[in-house]
Design a protein around this ligand. Structure first.
Ligand code: GTP
Ligand code: MG
Length: 222
């Protein structure tokens, strides 16, 4: 099924007067077009997830260990879609969701070691049917708060955001997210931001050490 065909078919325009988030959520909940679009995102997630599982199996066969610890996915909630479209001054419509949001479908891949992240990303990106739309390497260039992860937006027929991190990076990001990271973007709580950043640095240091230890063990066993 083709994304544009489906959307152009009987395009549902959100009436001008539908502007509040409550109205938007109610509107999409009753929209067949929206449900069709979400179904396509769910299919895209399943496709990428299957690819990742196959990569994991292949890698295991060759190197006797899994480069993927866990995979989790989610579809963005209608409320978050609305808020992001608004925040970025995009039109509020179903077409606009498909055109302007890269993270409606998200897969989070958690790997044991840093090198696994790049192995998994390389294996995924090298598949011919995947078009790479965006890569953000927050491992080489961490966010000022210390956030680390490799983000990549790939497209087959729908856009899917893939976040790849180590178990340790995921530990930090999960806890920091629970503490509402978006509220710390301002200068209100510099001490807390500083402490969280220090934790991220320590965690990264440990990640690097663990990988070195694994390499030492590997050399020892050769
Ligand atoms: P938004 O952050 O959603 O506005 O999107 P963006 O296009 O700026 O993408 P970015 O790559 O910065 O972040 C996308 C996603 O990565 C977020 O929705 C989070 O899941 C995750 N993320 C980014 N920065 C942080 C952070 O500082 N802490 C945590 N816990 N997660 C983050
Ligand atoms: Mg952001």
């Amino acid at each position: 099924m083709n994304e544009l065909e489906l959307l152009n078919d009987t395009e549902e325009i959100i009436p001008e007067n539908i502007i509040t988030k409550e109205q938007f959520v109610k509107f999409v909940e009753n929209s067949v077009k929206f449900e069709e679009l979400m179904m396509m995102y769910r299919c895209a997630i399943r496709e990428v997830q299957t690819k990742l599982e196959i990569l994991n199996d292949e890698f295991k066969t060759k190197r006797q260990r899994n480069p993927i610890d866990s995979i989790r996915s989610r579809i963005k909630s209608p409320l978050s879609m609305y808020e992001k479209l608004k925040r970025r001054n995009h039109p509020i419509s179903i077409q606009s969701i498909a055109d302007n949001l890269n993270d409606v479908a998200r897969i989070r891949v958690v790997c044991p070691f840093i090198s696994d992240i790049y192995d998994v990303a390389r294996m995924l990106i090298s598949q011919d049917d995947v078009e790479v739309m965006e890569v953000k390497d927050y491992i080489k260039n961490p966010k000022p708060n210390g956030y680390r992860s490799l983000h990549y937006v790939g497209k087959e027929y729908m856009k899917v955001e893939v976040q790849i991190r180590t178990i340790a990076m995921n530990f930090w990001a999960s806890l920091e997210h629970q503490m509402h990271y978006k509220q710390f973007d301002n200068d209100d709580m510099p001490e807390i931001v500083k402490q969280l950043t220090e934790c991220a640095e320590n965690i990264y240091h440990t990640d690097v050490r663990m990988q070195e230890i694994r390499e030492d063990i590997h050399k020892f066993n050769e």
